[in-house]
Design a protein around this ligand. Sequence first.
Ligand SMILES: Cc1cc2nc3c(=O)[nH]c(=O)nc-3n(C[C@H](O)[C@H](O)[C@H](O)COP(=O)(O)OP(=O)(O)OC[C@H]3O[C@@H](n4cnc5c(N)ncnc54)[C@H](O)[C@@H]3O)c2cc1C
Ligand code: HEM
Length: 364
Amino acid sequence: MAEIEPIADKVTSYFYAQLFLRHPDLRALFPAAMDVQRDRLFKALLTAATHADDTAALTAYLDRLGRGHRKYGTLPEHYPAVGEALICALSRHASSSWGPRTEAAWVSAYTTISQIMIDAATADELRAPAWWQAEVVGHEMRTPDVAVVTVRPDQPYPFLAGQYTALETPWWPRVWRHYSFASAPRSDGVLSFHVKAVPAGWVSNALVHRARPGDVIRLGAPTGSMTVDHSTDNGLLCLGGGTGIAPIKALVEDVAQHGRRRSVDVFYGARRTDDLYDIETMLRLQQSHSWLSVRPVVDDSPVGLLSGGLPGAVREHGPWHTYDVYLSGPPGMIRRGVDTLLGIGVSTHRIRHDSIEELVGAAT
Ligand SMILES: Cc1cc2nc3c(=O)[nH]c(=O)nc-3n(C[C@H](O)[C@H](O)[C@H](O)COP(=O)(O)OP(=O)(O)OC[C@H]3O[C@@H](n4cnc5c(N)ncnc54)[C@H](O)[C@@H]3O)c2cc1C
Ligand code: HEM
């Protein structure tokens, strides 16, 4: 690993070159442009191999990964091909530490890892489709670069408020990006997403500026653990920055649907007042539910709004140590938010957010 890490880019390129030279048919599973996302498969392989002895932690992650690979069209017979390319890339670039024992260790680690993924995918076949098709049934611009996109899946799509999915548009085949559900499950089965077009972003620009009713997108399975624990009456403290307000709104709806009165405090942050694109919905929810408090926070500080960033605003209120806390937004906001919360005595097990690693991956 020490030999590989400093030259990871080179090894990754070699790995893919070997994979596609030996198995040209597999190229069609991957997006046309092999951009920065590409090193995630290889990095995951190295990370999983490093933790090969910690099977419990590994299994939860690999189960999810294996199920998630169904939407790429990955089949059990593809795994040996990836394994061969991996061993080939490692043996060539870690030449001074490579030998029969190292090779045996890697083969054993890869076999364990891939078997967990294959088993999880096979079990999932009995429960759910590999992907869902969904027709765009609504498209509403909220700011020049934020749209609310509403879709109707072709078959029932069970999920929980606070989760997210992977989504592929017809304009960028096999390019999947994550988006959080902006509502709790609805009786009509319709789903919505809040999408911000990021500069030069492929999927977000397609969804914001190109998608129209009638277009059909693909959805992967729902995932994510930012969900409400309905077995307690703990208060909920929610920090939503930018489109991060989408899953927070879903959580509020979820609490409302369950009909138990537990206090929910939402801090909704944005750079400027104009960027608080969903503030009217949130204030309407506040009017209907006495247990809900919504506080807008902006970096510029017009009269009547909190200013100076979400973590600061949260610190000024509280105490929060008896609350379950949910954070959603840009990675920097989540990091600062978590630091603040830990600093004011909220314990780690009460804090929930989506994986910062994936979020950083999305914004780098
Ligand atoms: C768990 C999770 C949930 C998410 N939920 C949502 C959601 O509900 N709504 C939503 O709009 N997005 C959400 N995202 C981000 C989303 O997955 C995409 O990363 C984002 O839409 C950009 O994709 P793209 O294909 O348009 O850009 P890419 O083609 O991947 O990137 C193009 C360029 O934009 C840069 N970039 C990527 N993201 C950002 C960013 N946020 N700000 C500035 N620059 C950026 C990249 O560094 C790159 O240079 C979520 C991400 C994760 C991991
Ligand atoms: C143990 C083996 C494997 C590991 C650890 C692994 C890991 C990963 C990871 C972490 C990603 C990033 C996106 C995500 O989280 O879904 C990914 C994407 C992908 N993987 Fe795998 N993978 C493995 C095997 C395979 C195999 C056998 C195939 C089939 C040839 C495959 C095809 C893909 C494809 C097509 C993508 C999407 C690439 C993209 O989004 O651009 N993977 N893999």
